[in-house]
Design a protein around this ligand. Structure first.
Ligand SMILES: Nc1ncnc2c1ncn2[C@@H]1O[C@H](COP(=O)(O)OP(=O)(O)OP(=O)(O)O)[C@@H](O)[C@H]1O
Ligand SMILES: Nc1ccn([C@H]2C[C@H](O)[C@@H](COP(=O)(O)O)O2)c(=O)n1
Ligand SMILES: [Mg+2]
Length: 223
């Protein structure tokens, strides 16, 4: 089977030019709205959404030999070893037929980050980071009602701790490389998506220089 990079090699002339897939990492605390906003981005911008958590839950349900280990780790709010998660992500990328991916909830720690880079040689285009207060995230998780085993107060607290201790340093790493696009995710869903759209909209549709981003079909009060 070819690699993800192989699948993305074909250029417009049909020749085999090296073209790596576009990857956007989507990070944020538990319940910050990553999955909700990824669904909107898919609809508007043609990305394939790959949630590491969803892939791990599907692996549990598939009866895989790793299922029990993954289930126990998720229940404890712990991070599953990178080799397991990266294998699932690579398989999903290959099977998608797309070359633009939103990778949601990954990398969750330094081990995830370094292993993904080492195995795939892919650098993210940028990191979309949903910033939200803990109290608001907790409220959302406790009323999500999707039957997730980890949406109980005991596991939620463990997930918050892991987020602060292990995932935020990854966001800081990418921030030091100028790759983080931070969104205030505590607002209503539609407002959050307006900010997200401004990041994904093609560059040539933006007009800069007025202290905010304008779309070509909009006008500011200066005219
Ligand atoms: N901006 C928002 N305002 C209010 N509720 C929201 C907002 N965004 C998402 N929600 C709701 O909060 C819950 C959690 O959202 P979502 O599943 O998208 O979060 P997540 O970041 O993917 O969480 P997790 O890390 O646990 O997978 C859902 O019930 C969703 O409908
Ligand atoms: N890179 C990842 C992503 C997720 N997990 C596990 C641990 C998380 O608590 C759980 C749920 O993830 P979510 O759906 O909230 O993004 O899945 C992991 O081990 N490694
Ligand atoms: Mg999610």
């Amino acid at each position: 089977m070819g690699t993800v990079v192989d699948a993305a090699k074909q250029d417009v002339n049909g020749s085999l030019a090296e073209k790596k897939p576009t990857v956007v990492f989507v990070l944020g605390g538990p319940g910050s709205g990553k999955g909700t906003q990824c669904a909107n981005i898919v609809e508007h911008f043609g990305y394939t959404h790959l949630s590491a958590g969803d892939l791990l839950r599907a692996e549990i349900n598939s009866g895989s030999e790793n299922g029990t280990m993954i289930q126990n780790m998720i229940k404890e709010g712990k991070i599953v070893p990178s080799e397991v998660t990266i294998r699932l992500l690579q398989k999903a990328m290959q099977e998608s037929g797309n070359d633009k991916f939103l990778i949601d909830g990954f990398p969750r720690n330094e081990e995830n980050r370094a292993a993904f880079e080492e195995v795939t040689k892919i650098e993210p285009a940028f990191v979309l980071f949903f910033d939200c207060a803990k109290e608001e995230m907790e409220r959302r998780l406790l009323s999500r009602n999707q039957g997730r085993e980890d949406d109980n107060i005991e596991t939620i607290r463990k997930r918050f701790k892991v987020f602060l201790e292990s995932s935020l340093p990854v966001v800081e790493y990418y921030d030091s490389k100028g790759k983080v696009r931070k969104i205030d995710a505590a607002r209503p869903i539609g407002e959050v998506f307006e900010s997200v759209k401004a990041i994904f909209a093609p560059k040539n549709e933006k007009v800069k220089g007025y202290g905010h981003v304008l779309r070509l079909n909009e006008c500011c009060s200066c005219t």
